[in-house]
Structures are given as structure tokens and as C-alpha cells.
Design a protein around this ligand. Structure first.
Ligand SMILES: *Cc1c(COP(=O)(O)O)cnc(C)c1O
Length: 491
């Protein structure tokens, strides 16, 4: 490539702007095509994808941008799972809102980095304002602060990091940031429900405490943490000389959408001088609706995880961690001369983040909030909750399906039971039928386990999904299940 060939690859010149507009338009067409499909998935096998992709990812000379976009369109996008399809209903995987796609265009083209003000300017202030708005939405106090994260995993990890380090400072006068784990580390405990997200255990591992540092509490019939069982667990841990540094409540468990009794958990955490973290990655969006009171007790949290790439319908990745007392971020903060010198008067967000270079993801919820307002969001969130209730009623009335739980949010758990079979056979049939449906591609649904049996799950994330789409999904499942030979599966 000659020096004259450089301009077209960068913004800021006529040649670059022309190329950017053309490439973006081309890319938009490819994306529109990939998200307007008859079925959510074409069932492609990984080996077929491997075959179809060019051998040479880094050829000696490139094919040019237009040809490369065309290749990606046919070899890749055509074989992805269409997250915007009304019969894509497996995971907490949302159809992204148009406002979020527009925000992605702006935030990636301007390429701001939220670690320092001298790489972001106004973008830093937008993130600050978004965090303030979230604090207000969740009813947290004045001194609340927060940071945008890659999602619930990062938010939960950071919350438990701060929780551990504050506890060790206050209880053992020990500075983990400087000196590492204290001698009491083996006895540190995190308490959460048995339905809490796996990232509680994963965080315990990453924090050097190990999975065994997590004590899980049984849930009640509605899959919420059982408060009597919490009492018993805390008593047992106290008697064994353990140090409970965090109580984690879940507002929206992944399978059931169950919301723990947050007020009672807040009381128990306070009695133990433990940090109260609420994982609201899934259920936090209820705060946008007239069902916000179901999150009662959330405002008493020391920290809250929320995901915008779930029920706030923003493109991946986009989450936040809120911390009730800004000073708590200090347990993991540091200053570096080149990035955020202690004597600078300008704001920097890097002191609150576990990342350094960080995307301007705050723009996505910011733009959506401004564009749709609370009303716009409430309509969308309520729509998916209503669809889940209708889907549950449909399953309940179908003779060949068993509804396993009434929906709490927008997940629906069920089992296919077309005829008299024993439990092992039903497990095998449900697993195989779900797998076959994925390969068939007419619908994408999830599997999980409920009370020791194989269950199927709809996570109805698309406000455009109708009851008819749900009915078609069930018909497709019946259809593919006909070819499943339960005899050979359980033999
Ligand atoms: C999705 C989810 C997580 C993990 O968040 P990511 O955004 O996938 O990192 C954690 N907790 C709960 C309750 C979730 O729903």
C-alpha cells in the first residue's frame, strides 16, 4: 500500500469520510439482512463454518473492504443466531434497540476511552450522569457512585472484591490491596442463595478464596432465598468461627427470575456487618415499571449489579456496578503518573474500574433513556413480562406440556411430556428434542435443570414475540421430537 492509500482507512479526510459512509452503509445492509430471517438459526455445524471461511485470515494482500464485508455477510452473518428473531428465546440475550445501534456507531467512530478525561472529555461526564440517574432509579442515597462494566460478571466480581477488602480493613485492620490475603482468609465467607448466579463462586475463586468460600442457602417454593434457612446458615457459620463478609441477594435468578426478599437480607447483612450486594443484572429493569416495589430493599444495598444488555435492550456489552458509598471504590483505587496523577483537577473514571482502556458504553443507555423516557421503557419491559405470562398459560393448558413454574419475570420453565414415560426417558426426550430443535433452527430455546429433572426454558426477550410465535415454537418442538428415539437414548 502506498502512502496515498492511507487516507481512505481513517476518518478526518474527504477520502476517509467517503469510505466510512460507504462501508457503514454496506455493513448496515448486511446486518439488516442477517436480522430479518424466516428462522432464528440455520442449524449450521461448526465444521461447515470452518470449511467456508477463507484459509488465509491474513493474506499477503487484502481483498479490499467491500469484498471482505461481502464475505462476512455470506460466510458469517448468515449463519449466526438471529437475536432479533421473535422465536429466539433461549437466554438473556436481547434484541438490541435501534437507539443502541445508533449509539454504537457514534461511540465506536469517536473511540473515546473512559479511563481518563484526556481521552474522553464530555464522555466522562455522560457516564457520571448516567450513574447518577441509575442511583436515582434504584433509590440509592446521595453518596452513591458507580461505573459502567462489561456486564454482571465483572460487576459481581468487583462488588465482592470491594466487600472483602472493606471487611478485612475494618475487621482485621488488614490492607489486602497492599499485603494480599489476611491470615483469616480461609474463614471468609460469601452467603447467597442456591439459585444465585455462578459468578458468585467464580468471583470467590478469582478473589483467591475458592468456591468453598461461598455458602449457599436453600430457596423457598418460589425459588427465593428462604429467610429461616439464611438464619440457620449464618448461625452455623458464626458458630464455626467463619467471617461472613458479604450477603448476596439476587433480583431475578437466571432460570426462575426469582427475586430474593431483599429487605430481610439487608437486615441480616447489617447484623453481621457484612456487605449487602444485590445482583440485579436481570431484574433491575423492573425499576422502570409500576412493579418497581418488587425490588423493595434494593435501595439498602451496598452495591448493585445491573445489565443493560438484558432487559434494557442494549447491544452487548453494557452493564454497571453501583456502590452506595463512593469511598468504597477506594479499596481498589490506584493512581498512576501517566494516567491519573493524584494532583490532577480533572475527573478520571479509571480509579473506579477494574479495566483501564474502556468503551463509552454509557452512551447506549444514556441515548435510550433520553430517546424513550421512562414510559417508552416501561411499555417494552411490561410487554415481555406479559408475553411470558401468556406463554405460561398456553403451556399449562397444553395436554402434552407441563408448566414447571409460574413466571416471575420473562422466563418460562416447562417440560415436554407427550406420553407415559418414566423420568429418565422424559429427561432424555427433552434434552434430545431441544438439541434437535436448535439444529432445525425454527426456534432457539434453552435447557436447564429444575428439581433434578431436565427442563426446557423460554426466555422471552423480544417485545415483538407474539403468542403465535410461542405456539409455533411448541409445534416445531413437537415436530422434531417425533424423530427422537427414546429407546436408544436410554438404552
Ligand atoms: C447475566 C447475569 C450475570 C452475568 O452477567 P454477564 O453480563 O453475562 O457478565 C450475573 N448474574 C445474573 C443474575 C445474570 O442474569
Amino acid at each position: 500500500m502506498t502512502a496515498d492509500g492511507i487516507d481512505e482507512h481513517f476518518l478526518g479526510t474527504d477520502a476517509g469520510e467517503h469510505a466510512y459512509r460507504a462501508a457503514t452503509e454496506h455493513a448496515v445492509e448486511a446486518a439488516v439482512e442477517a436480522t430479518d430471517t424466516d428462522d432464528p438459526f440455520d442449524g449450521v455445524e461448526p465444521d461447515a463454518v470452518r470449511e467456508a471461511l477463507p484459509d488465509d485470515v491474513l493474506p499477503a494482500s487484502g481483498v479490499g473492504l467491500d469484498a471482505a464485508i461481502d464475505e462476512v455477510s455470506t460466510d458469517v452473518l448468515a449463519h449466526t443466531v438471529n437475536a432479533s428473531h421473535p422465536r429466539t428465546a433461549a437466554h438473556l440475550h436481547c434484541p438490541p434497540m435501534v437507539s443502541g445501534l445508533a449509539a454504537e456507531t457514534m461511540l465506536s467512530a469517536t473511540n473515546q476511552s473512559l479511563d481518563s478525561y484526556d481521552q474522553s472529555g464530555a464522555a466522562t461526564v455522560v457516564e457520571e450522569r448516567l450513574i447518577e440517574a441509575l442511583g436515582d432509579l434504584f433509590g440509592l442515597d446521595e453518596g452513591t457512585d458507580g461505573v459502567v462494566t462489561s456486564g454482571g460478571t465483572q460487576s459481581n466480581f468487583q462488588a465482592l472484591l470491594l466487600a472483602r477488602d472493606r471487611y478485612c480493613r475494618e475487621r482485621f485492620d488488614h490492607d489486602v490491596q497492599r499485603d494480599g490475603l489476611p491470615p483469616e482468609a480461609d474463614d471468609l465467607r460469601i452467603v447467597c442463595s442456591a439459585e444465585a448466579h455462578f459468578t458468585a463462586e467464580q468471583s470467590a475463586h478469582h478473589l483467591g478464596l475458592g468456591h468453598n468460600a461461598v455458602s449457599t442457602v436453600e430457596t423457598d417454593d418460589d425459588h427465593r432465598m428462604d429467610v429461616d434457612a439464611l438464619d440457620a446458615t449464618l448461625e452455623r457459620l458464626d458458630a464455626a468461627g467463619k467471617h461472613v463478609f458479604a450477603v448476596v441477594g439476587t433480583a431475578g435468578t437466571t432460570d426462575f427470575g426469582a427475586i430474593d426478599p431483599l429487605d430481610a437480607l439487608a437486615d441480616h447483612a447489617a447484623d453481621h456487618d457484612a456487605w449487602f450486594h444485590v445482583d440485579a443484572a436481570f431484574g433491575g429493569a423492573l425499576a422502570l415499571t409500576d412493579d418497581a416495589d418488587r425490588l423493595g430493599g434494593l435501595s439498602r444495598a451496598d452495591s448493585v449489579s445491573v445489565d443493560f444488555h438484558k432487559l434494557f435492550f442494549q447491544p452487548i456489552s453494557c452493564g454497571a456496578l453501583l456502590v452506595d458509598d463512593r469511598a468504597d471504590f477506594g479499596y481498589a483505587a490506584r493512581n498512576d503518573d501517566y494516567l491519573n496523577p493524584a494532583d490532577s483537577a480533572l475527573p478520571n473514571l479509571v480509579w473506579k474500574s477494574t479495566q483501564t482502556t474502556r468503551r463509552f458504553d454509557a452512551l447506549k443507555p444514556y441515548l435510550a433513556f433520553r430517546a424513550l423516557g421512562r414510559d417508552g421503557f416501561e411499555t417494552i419491559v411490561k410487554t415481555v413480562l406479559t408475553t411470558a405470562n401468556r406463554a405460561a398459560a398456553l403451556l399449562d393448558s397444553a395436554p402434552d406440556f407441563e408448566l414447571l413454574a409460574e413466571p416471575s419475570l420473562n422466563t418460562v420453565l416447562f417440560r415436554y411430556e407427550p406420553r407415559e414415560l418414566d423420568d429418565d426417558e422424559l429427561d432424555a426426550l427433552n434434552t434430545a428434542a431441544r438439541e434437535a430443535l436448535f439444529r432445525d433452527g425454527r426456534a432457539v430455546i434453552a435447557r436447564t435443570e429444575v428439581d433434578g429433572v431436565e427442563a426446557l426454558k423460554l426466555t422471552l426477550m423480544n417485545p415483538r414475540t407474539t403468542l403465535n410465535d410461542v405456539a409455533e415454537t411448541l409445534d416445531a418442538l413437537r415436530d422434531v421430537a417425533e424423530d427422537v428415539d427414546v429407546g436408544t437414548l436410554t438404552a
